[in-house]
Design a protein around this ligand. Structure first.
Ligand SMILES: Cc1cc2nc3c(=O)[nH]c(=O)nc-3n(C[C@H](O)[C@H](O)[C@H](O)COP(=O)(O)O)c2cc1C
Length: 193
């Protein structure tokens, strides 16, 4: 099959970009509620819904969270991502393994983070739809965030999501086209030519 002529790509899936600069305008609590609710509609293994979210909106706590970030794989934690503290809220996405493990045993360790990542993507898209920008931040010291937030051992923080109205318009990054990521019936046979 040849690569089809793509329809106009609009809507939150295509408009979303990672944003690291914010306007300093408060997100109404009702909107935060809508965003989190969108997360809770994600698919989940056995419908165990292992996600939990810590919403940080106090400036002093946001500063402490930013201190637990690191920038660049090779900086070995020397540099932090201070821009994180400037977002209206930082959502700390956590996986609570208890229910998924109870149902699926060891498999739960693989599946619960997948469920939670789906929830985060729903939230990011729901935010985009409401003009709110965000960025998944994986560069954080897990132990530091655990201690700061009093996260119990059966819960794992997997991402920080700073969110707010964007201060700048971020350019869309180049994406691999569908033809580079698809195979037809077996591996390495192109689906799209
Ligand atoms: C698991 C994960 C970890 C990431 N960690 C960081 C990070 O620590 N800091 C950052 O600025 N962006 C981070 N990003 C955002 C990516 O850099 C961004 O998604 C990528 O460059 C593609 O750009 P786009 O989101 O605008 O399409 C992360 C994204 C993912 C999915």
């Amino acid at each position: 099959m040849s690569d089809p002529v793509l329809p106009k790509q609009t809507g939150p899936i295509y408009e979303r970009v990672s944003c690291r600069s914010f306007e300093n305008r408060e997100i109404p609590e009702a909107i935060v509620h809508e965003i989190i609710t969108a997360g809770t509609y994600a698919p989940a293994s056995g419908n165990m819904q292992p996600w939990e979210f810590i919403i940080v909106d106090e400036i002093e706590t946001k500063k402490q969270v930013a201190e637990q970030t690191f920038a660049g794989f090779y900086s070995k934690g020397a540099k932090s991502q201070q821009w994180v503290k400037d977002a209206g809220i930082i959502i700390i996405a956590c996986v609570n393994y208890k229910r998924t493990i109870a149902r699926y045993g060891e498999l739960g360790y693989a599946w619960a983070p997948i469920d939670t990542t789906s929830a985060v993507q729903n939230m990011i898209l729901a935010a985009t739809e409401r003009g709110i920008a965000s960025c998944w931040v994986g560069g954080f010291k897990e132990e530091g965030i655990r201690e700061l937030m009093h996260v119990p051992s059966y819960v794992k923080p997997i991402g920080l999501i700073p969110m707010e109205y964007p201060a700048i318009k971020t350019e869309q990054k180049q994406k691999l086209g569908a033809k580079w990521v698809t195979h037809k019936n077996t591996y390495n046979i192109p689906y799209f030519n």
